[in-house]
Write a new protein. Structure first.
Length: 167
């Protein structure tokens, strides 16, 4: 097995650059601009801070439809990614600076799916992959990805998040 020193060096530099960037800088690198945070559609708040934990209300995207009937796994993945962008907007509004997030603790991903659809984790990976791209190791989280027979307004995914904030 040959080791290619220049390739190895390039990988190390790339990892160092990712670790040196702030979450906001990574968003720019990824070509993502955050939308305005939407207002709650019912009688609840978008987040609640308890100690150094921030609990976010369930958040979806504008993508509608049911996995296993209306949408492919790839379309569901994109819906979860878009929900992630909306969650980032809420986190930014709640903290003022995404660098204040110490780590993602727990994620609950709900997927609008038929009873015979079993790939909910592949759909919610759209969210998880985005958080790791933006936050690196801090974006990794414990997670549940579960199917629901329906979600409000026929949205494709709804995602709840708990993050720990820097002291």
């Amino acid at each position: 097995m040959k080791v290619y020193p220049l390739l190895l060096l390039a990988i190390i530099i790339h990892i160092a650059e990712i670790n040196a960037q702030t979450p906001e800088e990574r968003l720019v690198t990824l070509g993502i601009s955050l939308p305005e945070m939407s207002q709650p559609v019912a009688n609840y708040v978008k987040w609640r801070k308890v100690g150094n934990l921030l609990f976010l209300a369930g958040t979806g995207s504008d993508v509608k439809g049911k996995l296993g009937k209306d949408l492919t796994i790839e379309e569901g993945y994109e819906a979860a990614r878009l929900a992630g962008i909306n969650i980032l907007a809420t986190l930014k509004a709640a903290t003022g600076d995404l660098s204040k997030i110490k780590q993602f603790v727990k994620v609950r991903g709900m997927v609008n799916s038929t009873p015979d659809f079993y790939d909910q984790p592949k759909v919610i990976n759209g969210f998880s992959d985005l958080m790791v791209s933006v936050f690196g190791e801090k974006g990794k989280h414990a997670r549940a990805a579960v199917g629901h027979i329906s979600l409000p307004s026929n949205i494709t995914v709804e995602i709840e998040v708990i993050v720990e904030l820097e002291e």
